[in-house]
Design a protein around this ligand. Structure first.
Ligand code: ZN
Length: 131
């Protein structure tokens, strides 16, 4: 029998064990899972917290731009500082998202206003044609 391997999801952190790589798919995100470079038995010997930490680190490692932006300048290994910076990054992204939504709202309003004006012009034209 083929040995089980440990796989994890880069998106949501879900992990599971499979014999065949083709079966390794995240049932939540429907993306291919990534093999974890640790033997199944070694992984089983870790407690839940150690497994969490290992997979969290892998996910962070596999997001090179995020890691470079957030961790590289300070050569960051302090988890509290990492959490702090990630929280800042999240609020920055939330703010950016809000601005984008406002822009979309504004564009919608502008489009509706233009549509209204076009209709008005059309009805004026019709009245002129009928006159
Ligand atoms: Zn997933």
């Amino acid at each position: 029998m083929r040995e089980l391997s440990v796989y994890f999801c880069q998106k949501c952190g879900y992990y599971a064990y499979f014999q065949l790589p083709r079966n390794a798919v995240c049932h939540r995100c429907h993306v291919k899972l990534t093999p974890l470079d640790i033997r199944y038995q070694d992984f089983m010997n870790l407690d839940y917290e150690e497994r969490d930490r290992l997979i969290s680190l892998k996910i962070i490692e596999m997001t090179p731009t995020l890691v470079q932006r957030i961790c590289e300048p300070a050569k960051l290994y302090d988890q509290r500082e990492l959490v702090g910076r990630l929280t800042q990054e999240i609020s920055r992204l939330t703010e950016e998202n809000q601005k984008l939504n406002q822009t979309v709202d504004w564009m919608h309003k502008t489009i509706w206003e233009q549509l209204r004006q076009t209709r008005e012009l059309e009805s004026r034209l019709k009245k002129m044609e009928n006159a």
